[in-house]
Design a protein around this ligand. Structure first.
Ligand SMILES: [Zn+2]
Length: 406
């Protein structure tokens, strides 16, 4: 359904496709995961097929044929959602933006990529690939179903609303017909022109190509996404008030999800464009102190940590950088564990993984910072700490820079 960046600003996705997912398998270097919520929707789909859709089409079917067809159709349905996401991922990878992970979840699928396309053309092609795949699957399934039945009159009868014509469809043809219809719905639903739906991305690519202004394009597309989400929520509430069953709850949930994702995507875009051209050295803290490795841990607490808001301390051994010590490491130790120890005992060596460079782009640094909560990272050049930077520093810089319209 939606493709999003793997970033902590999209809290709405990480909350939904967070830790409750199972790793299924690896395909084209893409990790395929299954969110546990899929089992809920799978059960709902199989239940509605076996309990209402299929019995209406085939009153003559036995219970075992009904439920076998329903279950297999449910599995193939998720395979077709995966094909939709994979086609986004394969096109994205073709243009140099690999997708490391696809997670199937409650509302469909999600392809997570590290960055967004840098050209409208790439954005357009990546976005359109998914709905085209769903459309292709729909056409193949529907044509196969009618080919299996092999009777032109059946189609006319069905078009005329005579459900008894369904008797000509065996279990395979029935399943194919349903899969064709549901994939058509998915193709159409995803082409709604609100960001972050695929159609919203297509819309954004068009505005972006026409105006050359990605931020404006994102604002328009995400506003449409929000309106669409609100419309779905409104329709859901209306349906609940009319007492049309629990289906309305479903629309409220999808609507809420789409509108919050639209808002988060826009915020993300604002942050990205504000940070364009900025380097770590523009944002880092340059007022900081260092600590000597030989100082007793209890003195480090009393004379340094308690008297400063600084949370990460460069540790010097003979005036040379030995690593860093942080507030979090000390708070994890009981007073007994602290006694007899020096700062040296809690010093963590600096590696490229836990440090930044002053010339590194601010956007890249933000991605690195967002992986570690709000822990500061040291900025290192030729073996020396020249600054410190943490996630909230970047947020502070954004609000001080003044032109942020979130
Ligand atoms: Zn999609």
């Amino acid at each position: 359904m939606a493709s999003v960046k793997d970033n902590r600003n999209n809290t709405s996705n990480s909350a939904i496709t967070g830790s409750h997912s199972l790793r299924l398998f690896q395909l084209f270097d893409i990790e395929i995961r299954l969110d546990l919520s899929v089992f809920v929707i799978f059960a709902l789909i199989v239940f509605s097929l076996g309990n209402s859709v299929l019995p209406q089409w085939h009153p003559e079917w036995s219970v075992s044929v009904l439920w076998t067809t329903a279950t297999i159709s449910g599995v193939v349905f998720f395979a077709s959602l995966l094909a939709h996401e994979l086609s986004h991922a394969v096109v994205s990878g073709h243009y140099g933006i690999p997708v490391p992970r696809i997670t199937l979840f409650l509302f469909g699928g999600m392809a997570e990529c590290d960055r967004e396309p840098d050209r409208p053309k790439v954005e357009f092609l990546v976005a359109i690939a998914g709905p085209l795949m769903s459309f292709a699957i729909a056409m193949i399934c529907i044509n196969l179903a009618f080919w299996l039945v092999g009777d032109a009159e059946v189609m006319e009868s069905l078009n005329a609303g005579r459900l008894e014509a369904m008797a000509a469809f065996g279990p395979v043809a029935t399943s194919l017909l349903w899969l064709g219809m549901i994939n058509m719905v998915i193709a159409i639903f995803n082409m709604v022109p609100g960001f972050p739906m695929d159609g919203g991305r297509v819309f954004r690519a068009a505005i972006w190509a026409a105006t050359g202004d990605l931020l404006k394009a994102t604002r328009w597309a995400s506003n449409l996404g929000r309106y669409f989400g609100w419309t779905l929520m409104f329709l859901g509430i209306l349906s609940l008030m009319r007492g049309e069953g629990p289906g309305g709850l479903w629309w409220i949930m999808i609507g809420w999800f789409i509108s919050s994702l639209a808002a988060a995507s826009y915020r993300q875009q604002v942050i990205d464009s504000e940070l364009t051209g900025r380097k770590v050295s523009d944002l880092m803290r340059t007022h900081f102190e260092s600590v000597d490795a030989g100082i007793a841990l209890s003195d480090f607490v009393d004379q340094y940590l308690l008297r400063s808001t600084q949370e990460l301390w460069p540790v010097l051994e003979n005036n040379k950088l030995a690593g860093v010590a942080s507030l979090t490491q000390v708070t994890g130790l009981s007073p007994e564990q602290r006694s007899g120890k020096t700062v040296r005992n809690i010093t963590v060596p600096v590696t490229p993984m836990n440090s930044l460079g002053p010339d590194q782009s601010a956007r890249e640094a933000l991605r690195q910072l967002s992986r570690g909560g709000d822990d500061a990272l040291p900025v290192i050049t030729s073996g020396e700490v020249v600054g410190l930077l943490k996630y909230s520093d970047v947020v502070k810089w954004m609000s001080l820079s003044g032109h942020t319209r979130l």
